[in-house]
Ligand binder design. Sequence first.
Ligand code: GLN
Length: 288
Amino acid sequence: MENQLLTIEQALSWAKAQLNANSVSDDGLHDSASIDSKVLLADCLQRELVYLHTWPEKRLDQMQMNKFKDYIEQRSSGHPVAHIVGYRDFWSLRLNVSPATLIPRPETELLVEIALDLNLTEHATVLDLGTGSGAIALSLASEQPNWLITGVDKSEQAITLAKNNATKHQLERVNFIQSDWFSVLEHKQFDLIVTNPPYIENNNKYLQLGDVRFEPSSALTSGLDGLDDIRSIVSQSKHYLTDNGWLVIEHGYQQSDQVADILSEQGFRQIRSELDLNGLPRVALGCL
Ligand code: GLN
C-alpha cells in the first residue's frame, strides 16, 4: 500500500478495512465505514458518488492518493466526515459545516417536509429557532421563494456560517439574526415556527460516542431530562405565533409523549407526532 496508486475499487476496500479496524461509526452502533469511505473518496476526486460505481477500475493519482490517506487517518481518529470534507448534503443543498454548529442530520429533513405540507399562504412568515448551519431555513427558502424566513441562533459563528450558506445557494433573502431564542424578536409574529433544539439529557452516554463528541454541547444537550429548551420554546412561542400559527419541533425518540403534554399544557391544538426515516417519533407539532 505504501506508495501504491490504487484503483477506486481497491481504495474503497482498503479504506473500509481501516475504518472497521478502528470501529469508527456515527453513533458507535451502526457501521458507517462503507458510506464514509465513499463520501471521502468522492471528495478527493471532486466527483459525485455515482462516479465511484461507474469507474471502479480508474486509478487514483498521487495527489488524490495522499489526500485520501489523510482523510482516512482523520476519520480513523474519530473526526466526522462532514468536518473533514467541510460540507454535508441536506435536502437538495450542499451546506458548509463547521465545529461551531450541529452537523445537519437526515432525520431533520422531516421537519422540512412537515413545514411544506402545512399549506401556509404564499407569503407566510417563518422562524427557524437555533438555525445552526441554516439547514432548515434554507431548505424551506429553496422550496418556497415567497416565504419570509428568519433564522436565529445565539452563536455568532453559526450566523456567519448560515449567511455563508445562503450566499452559496443564492438564498440571501433569508434573514439570519443572532438571538438567544426569541431575545431580539420583540413583537414579531410568525405563521410557523420550526426548531431542532438541543434535546439530549446532560448525562446521556451517547455523548461519549461518534460524531457528537465533535459537536457543540450547546446544540445537543438541554438539562437533566433533555427538555429544558423545548419547555422554554413552547411556552414563549405562544407570544410569537399568529392565530392558527404552527409550532413544529424535533425531539428525541423517547420524548414524544412528554413534548405532546408540554404543547397541550401551553394551549396548543391539533397536536400530532410524526415518525422519522427510522420509524421513530421525531417531530411534534401543534397550532394555536
Ligand atoms: N439529533 C441529534 C442527535 O441525535 C440531537 C440533538 C439535536 O438534533 N437537536 O445527535
